[in-house]
Design a protein around this ligand. Structure first.
Ligand code: ZN
Length: 499
């Protein structure tokens, strides 16, 4: 007999105790912890090589970010659905989960140009279809926000949380009504209907926090435009709604802020300290477009000032400040919360094939995640909070230098004009330097993206594995197992019990 009790001995001991005391349900030691809080970070357009490129710049290591080393690291397949001209969607993974027709590792790895490969029944996703998948568990057509391929509205995770008595926050460094934050909070058949989307976010969904860009009166945080273009108002629900928000502090219960110092004040607050935190916080940073990455330096804040001016830096909040302010406000609800944070400019920089700017946006994401990790460890715990860091799709077809030979010597890489040599990893690069990569596309691809999770219920992700890409696993140093982006919803729902 070893000194360890056998399972049988333990069972007998448990039964003996159970005879004297009532059995407490749900006390099994191996049962996943229930997530009271769910924090979801989305790096838009942030594939594996984009993440590795950013990590070298930020940490000097290929996979050096704290979230990249979370206990759960899987791939996520992001394809969206395709509707044929006869109106038929050939395959819906919710209806036929046994089929895996959307991501084919063998096809993908034939050459980098094949990262665009997709079966005819699927599409390369856009951010709205992916946000729908992530927030509802249903793949849909591109352009749609929480509507299925047949045009039926889908209840999203925000609505389910609100029904369950929890608070919901949605923040982004793009406009508040842009595709990813819209997918986490609103419904529309077309992602471009910004005015309708913002009206739903501000007037109808009882969100607790909404933050991002889209300020109609400022182009760059500095100089107020007294006669803004009428189109500028669409991102905040139109001129009439905007004037109400500004004129009447407390419109629909919202506390409205638009200056960096206000975001910073709520970010620095201590939850539960008795210091006044608003019940509902609407923060619109002073930029009509995207927020500049004013937190995107590694060790040289002066570089940011040179790029964006001190006035802009003083005016625009960081993604970290927005994240902390949101967590402080949301955590006033004892029932828990769901917070979605988007770093949307990684996508925009990868569309522009601008590695130097992409890595700065990566730093903004990494700093915001680190701040949220520290917040969880100080004010909550991993026993009650689930954190996921993932992407909605890959953008740019990024590979290490040397993957293609630049035949026409134009400094650009094209799978049609240049010659494929072999897949190259993003090369090892010291901290603070931008790795030498090749962008093969200005668009989205079908490549797997990272899914990293930690905390309450995170291990449930393994129950949703759809397949294995051995080569991706070897190339990017993980198991190669992948889920679908729609399984992000499944994991959040299973972990939190919010269904
Ligand atoms: Zn994009």
């Amino acid at each position: 007999m070893t000194m360890f009790k056998s399972t049988r001995t333990l069972l007998i001991a448990t039964l003996a105790v159970a005879a004297c005391f009532p059995i407490v349900a749900g006390a099994r030691a191996d049962e996943p912890k229930k997530a009271k809080n769910v924090i979801l970070f989305i790096g838009d357009g942030d594939g594996f090589n984009s993440e590795i490129m950013g990590s070298y710049y930020h940490t000097g290591k290929p996979w050096g970010e704290s979230y990249q080393n979370f206990p759960i690291v899987l791939g996520s397949a992001t394809f969206s659905l395709h509707k044929h001209s006869n109106g038929v969607t050939e395959w819906d993974p919710v209806k036929e989960p046994e089929k895996n027709m959307g991501y084919n590792p063998e096809e993908f790895w034939k050459n980098p140009g094949n990262a665009n490969w997709r079966p005819t029944n699927t599409e390369l996703t856009d951010s709205s279809a992916s946000a729908t998948a992530i927030n509802t568990g249903h793949k849909t057509l591109n352009g749609r926000l929480n509507f299925d391929p047949d045009g039926n509205p889908l209840e999203n995770f925000a609505q389910k949380n609100i029904k369950a008595g929890r608070s919901v926050g949605v923040i982004t460094d793009n406009q508040i009504s842009h595709a990813t934050p819209a997918g986490a909070s609103a419904h529309n058949m077309a992602r471009g209907n910004y005015e309708e989307i913002a009206k739903e976010q501000i007037n109808e969904v009882p969100l607790t926090v909404l933050m991002g860009g889209g300020h109609p009166e400022y182009s760059n945080g500095v100089k107020r435009d007294k006669n803004p273009d009428e189109l500028n108002y669409q991102y905040v629900g139109g001129r009439e709604l905007w004037e109400k928000i500004k004129a009447d502090d407390g419109y629909k219960g919202w506390k409205f802020i638009d200056q960096r110092s206000q975001f910073a004040e709520y970010a620095a607050a201590t939850p539960g300290s008795g210091k006044e935190l608003p019940k509902k916080l609407l923060g619109v940073a002073r930029t009509t477009g995207d927020l500049p990455p004013i937190d995107g330096d590694v060790d040289n804040p002066q570089m940011i000032v040179e790029k964006y001016s001190q006035e802009t830096v003083d005016a625009i909040p960081t993604l970290t400040e927005m994240t902390l302010a949101s967590l402080n406000v949301l955590s006033q609800n004892e029932n828990g919360f769901y917070l979605m944070v988007e770093e949307g400019n990684i996508d925009h920089q990868n569309h522009s094939n601008n590695a130097a700017n992409s890595v700065m946006e990566h730093v903004c994401l990494a700093k915001a995640v680190d701040a949220a990790i520290a917040w969880v460890e100080k004010y909550s715990s991993w026993d009650e909070t689930l954190m996921i860091v993932t992407a909605d799709h890959e953008t740019g077809q990024i590979w290490g230098d040397g993957t293609y030979v630049d035949e026409d010597n134009n400094g650009k890489y094209s799978s049609k004009k240049d010659t494929f040599e072999s897949f190259q990893k993003v090369p090892a690069t010291p901290k603070g330097e931008v790795p030498a990569v090749q962008y093969l596309s200005g668009g989205h691809t079908n490549a797997l993206v990272p899914f990293c999770a930690k905390g309450a219920g995170s291990e449930l992700a393994k129950e949703f594995i759809r397949g294995k890409d051995e080569k991706a696993g070897k190339f990017w140093n993980f198991s190669g197992e992948f889920i679908y982006n729609s399984d992000v919803f499944n994991v959040m729902s299973a972990a939190s019990g919010v269904k």
